[in-house]
Design a protein around this ligand. Structure first.
Ligand code: ASP
Length: 335
């Protein structure tokens, strides 16, 4: 029997059309466009249904409620489908893919995010190939996790990051191997794919938790951040230099972080480098962060660390448990 794949269209360049304000999503047109792609009706193509969100969004406009809406739709159709292809804007696709990886607990089916750098209505669009190959992968029976597929490579969703605003290969997973590569055949990296799940699937929606990201830079005036580092801020991803280093000269950050930590915030230390890992304590400039209770984000992307904070706070866990789980791999998001 043919597999059945649900295509969830959330918006993004793939289905956009030009307007006098620039590219905008165009409701109720994607079905006709997909129907006109002969591969979508090829005998080897799985059966498919299309769910179109309203409103369709530029992914820059997405927030927690939109991640929950995608998650809820997957949960509603979970038993009826063998897999999902999520058509999504590229700008925040890595955040949504990371969020879904956490909220879809014990996922045992493929959820493949894809989109396009060039709209389907334009000459030379990459959208057609991205959809067709995402559908093939979703129907292959090989994948049981949230992924991003773009321009020939399949990446773990919670390892992916947008790396280019104009190349067709827009995404990379700098600290994790490709899960598959599409050439004449699709070559799966079976050793890297997540194994089957025993426990039943469960959808865990996110609460709109007050969290933030701070990117340090030379000359940063930390005292400016004191007013936001209150007990209202539940978690912060600190994007540090290299292996987890912060400027030590002014020494202003540590008391602020310490105060935030004491009043309940979780500080997750990630790196501004695309590749490599945070190693707290390797330098004196990072040892201090370790000493005041910051969490080692190791080689997590900022997207994964931030959405993991949303996830763990949504579970209402005690602070020490959140800290511990931040340093453990829950979905293959860290090494
Ligand atoms: N701004 C668009 C979006 O993220 C860009 C894209 O889809 O490539 O929705």
């Amino acid at each position: 029997m043919k597999r059945r794949i649900c295509i969830i269209y959330t918006g993004g360049t793939i289905g956009m059309v030009p307007s006098d304000k620039g590219y905008v999503p165009s409701p109720n047109t994607l079905r006709k466009t997909l129907d006109a792609i002969s591969d979508m009706h090829h005998p080897d193509m799985p059966e498919w249904d299309l769910v179109e969100f309203s409103p369709l969004l530029d992914s820059s406009d997405m927030a927690v409620a939109d991640w929950n809406k995608i998650g809820r739709t997957v949960a509603r159709l979970y038993d009826a489908c063998d897999g999902f292809v999520i058509l999504h804007g590229t700008d925040t696709m890595a955040y949504s893919a990371s969020a879904l990886a956490f909220m879809l607990e014990h996922l045992d089916k493929p959820v493949i995010f894809t989109g396009a750098q060039i709209p389907l209505c334009e000459l030379g669009s990459d959208g057609r190939d991205n959809i067709v190959h995402s559908m093939r992968i979703a129907a292959s029976g090989m994948v049981r996790e949230v992924c991003v597929y773009f321009n020939g490579v399949l990446l773990r969703g919670c390892r992916s990051t947008k790396k280019s605003s104009d190349q067709l290969l827009a995404f990379e997973s700098p600290n994790a191997p490709h899960l598959a590569e599409v050439g004449i055949t699709i070559r799966y990296n079976t050793a890297a794919l997540r194994p089957a799940e025993e426990a039943p699937f469960h959808f865990q929606p996110f609460a709109d938790v007050p969290v933030g990201v701070i990117k340090v830079f030379p000359g940063i005036q930390f005292e400016l951040f004191e007013s936001i580092m209150t007990d209202k801020l539940k978690g912060v991803v600190l994007e540090t230099f290299g292996a987890g280093n912060i400027p030590s000269s002014q020494n202003a950050l540590l008391p602020i972080i310490q105060k935030a930590y004491r009043s309940g915030s979780i500080i997750a230390v990630c790196s501004q480098c695309m590749q490599g890992t945070v190693s707290l304590g390797a330098y004196a400039t990072s040892k201090a962060l370790q000493d005041i209770g910051a969490v080692n984000g190791r080689d997590m992307t900022t997207e994964a660390a931030l959405t993991k904070l949303y996830y763990l706070f949504s579970l209402n866990l005690p602070k020490e448990e959140i800290k511990a789980r931040m340093e453990q791999s829950l979905r293959g998001e860290l090494t």
